[in-house]
Design a protein around this ligand. Structure first.
Ligand code: ZN
Length: 147
């Protein structure tokens, strides 16, 4: 295992043990707020994610969920990443994340663009786990479409 891979594994463990953005903020029916519930039947991961937007900017992303460490770490990482970000920019990142995760290890996520979530690059080599990593991002995409 390379130094970078072991650093990435530590980051995933750290986020799954101390998740950021956990605990839904505000009220579900508040203006600019939308929830999305997603389930991954392959692994049993479950997430309810809430996006709160103000105009064109994401105010924050909070979530509740259970499942494997990859799914929980991914939710923590994406909530860190997109807080305070314009919606359009978040959409581009969601598309880029999906493309990399489906690339079977061919596309590496750029740490400058994806922050800690770049640690999930290696998951793309394990097709059974791609859904685990994607779950929170799919929930965010869905919530943003309705917020
Ligand atoms: Zn999982």
């Amino acid at each position: 295992m390379s130094g970078l891979e072991s650093l990435y594994q530590e980051l995933i463990l750290d986020h799954s043990k101390n998740p950021h953005g956990r605990g839904l903020a505000g009220e579900a029916d508040a203006p600019g707020s939308a929830d999305s519930h997603q389930h991954n039947p392959i692994c049993g991961d479950d997430i309810t994610l809430r996006a709160r937007v103000e105009g064109d900017v994401i105010r924050d992303v909070t979530w509740e969920g259970s499942g494997c460490s990859i799914s929980q770490a991914s939710a923590s990482m994406v909530s860190d990443l997109v807080a305070g970000m314009p919606r359009a920019e978040a959409s581009v990142l969601i598309d880029g994340f999906r493309e990399a995760l489906r690339s079977r290890g061919k596309i590496e996520l750029d740490v400058d663009e994806f922050g800690d979530a770049a640690a999930l690059s290696g998951v793309s080599k394990f097709t059974a786990r791609v859904k685990c990593a994607m779950l929170a991002w799919v929930a965010l995409e869905d919530a943003l479409a309705r917020a």
